[in-house]
Design a protein around this ligand. Sequence first.
Ligand SMILES: [Mn+2]
Length: 281
Amino acid sequence: MKIAWQNCSSLNDANLVLFGVSSSDASLYKGSEKAPQAVREASHKYYSGATLSAERFVLLPESGVIKKGLYDFGDISKGEIVEFVSRMVSLCKVPIMIGGDHGCTFNVLKALNSLHKRFSLIYFDAHLDMVSGEGHFYGSVLSDASRLKYLKLNKSACIGFRAFREEELKNARKNRLLLVPASRLEELSIARIFSMIKRRVYKNVYMSIDIDVIDPAFAPGVSDPVACGITPLQLCSLAKRFARLKLMGCDIVEVNPKRDKNDTTASLAAKLLAEIAASIK
Ligand SMILES: [Mn+2]
C-alpha cells in the first residue's frame, strides 16, 4: 500500500520520496516497526476514500495542493538507509522517512554528512536524546550525531522536550544546542519561536520529528510517553514553516501502533506528512 497523497507513479518524476523503515531495534519497546504500514493505512482510512460511483478522492492539505511530485518508494531496512538517502540526495530528491525507531535518523544524518556541506538539525522530541557514549539507540541520537563533522549542533535546535537526565542537559549545553522546551511553545508565539530558530540555523536543514513530542493525550501510540507535551497544531504549524526553508529531508519516527488508540497517532503522523509535503519548497 502506498501513501494516499502519492501523486506520481515513478521515482524519476518525483521531487519528494517517501520511504518507510520497519525497525524497532533501538527502541525500548517493540512496535515502531509496524509504523510505516500503519501510517499508510491511516492515510487511506482517514484522508481518502471513494464516492458512490467508486471514484477515488483524497482529502487535501490546508494549502489545497501538494505541488511537488510525491512518490512512495515502499520500505527499506535500517541497514539500507545510508545508501538510499545518499542516492536520493544525489538525484536532487527530498527524502521523507517514516520510522522506525529514532535510531534510524542517525543513519540519515550520516548520509547527509557525506555531502561535505554544513547543515543544521531541527529535532522535535519529548526527550533530549543526548545520553553519553556511542549508543546508537533511541536515547543517544544527538550524542551520536554530535560526532558528525558537517552537522553543526550549535546551529541546531531541539524543540518540545521535557524529559532528560542531568548528563543529557550538560551534553546539550556543551554542544550549544538551541533548547526550546515544551512549555516555551505555550509561552511564546509560534511565529516568534520560528524566527528565533530560523536566525540560528544554516540554509541546509534536516527536520526530525519524534511523534512523542506531542502530548500523550493526542498521541498515545508511542513507546515512551511523557506528559505536558506540545499540541498537534503547534507541531504542524512549526513543521510547515520549517518545511518552507531549504529542507534537505525530514522524518517522522517512533509511532508505535501496538500502543495506539483508534489509530490516533498513526492518523496524526499521516496528516503531518501531508501538511509537510505540501509545504516543502
Ligand atoms: Mn527520540
